[in-house]
Write a protein of this length. Sequence first.
Length: 201
Amino acid sequence: MAFELPALPYAFDALEPHIDALTMEIHHDRHHKAYTDNLNKAIAGTALESMTIENILAEISKHPAGVRNNGGGFYNHNLFWTVMKKNGGGAPTGALAAAIDKAFGSLDKLKEQFNNAGATRFGSGWAWLIVSEGNLVVTSTPNQDNTLMDIAEVKGKPILGMDVWEHAYYLKYQNKRPDYMNAFWNVINWDQVAAYYDQAK
Ligand code: MN3
């Protein structure tokens, strides 16, 4: 198999009470596993098997919907688990903090814009903080698309992503997506987001 489901880098209950253990277990072991398995099926026997996921996404317009949906789902969740941690939250420091202040005015303004991107994404999708031509930008994508895809309206390297599919929050928050989005800021692994920022700029 070309792509492997990464292990969750913490226990299922590590993000309690903000994201509950059962949601994490189902989300990782079933949803992310299904994207990974279905990506491998979609690329079996093709040249894509020897490519990186980033390179596949960069030319996604050339590939069938199964590669787009499952390749996006594979990449997006790989990133998602790593930008959260037990006892996360707080505020970023250093170059990332300075870049956020410069781009948005303050961390609170970033949160407002990011949550708005998630709230206004109709149906299923993702809210993103990306580095686009050296600048921090907030955007969102539908379904399992992301900003590495050549078909994305706004392109750039994701450094923070929030899954706003109902499967990410429905058990605990039901229809209250804004409550889930507010809780998300309490689990962010800012050191990891800062490392992604350093790599992307
Ligand atoms: Mn998901």
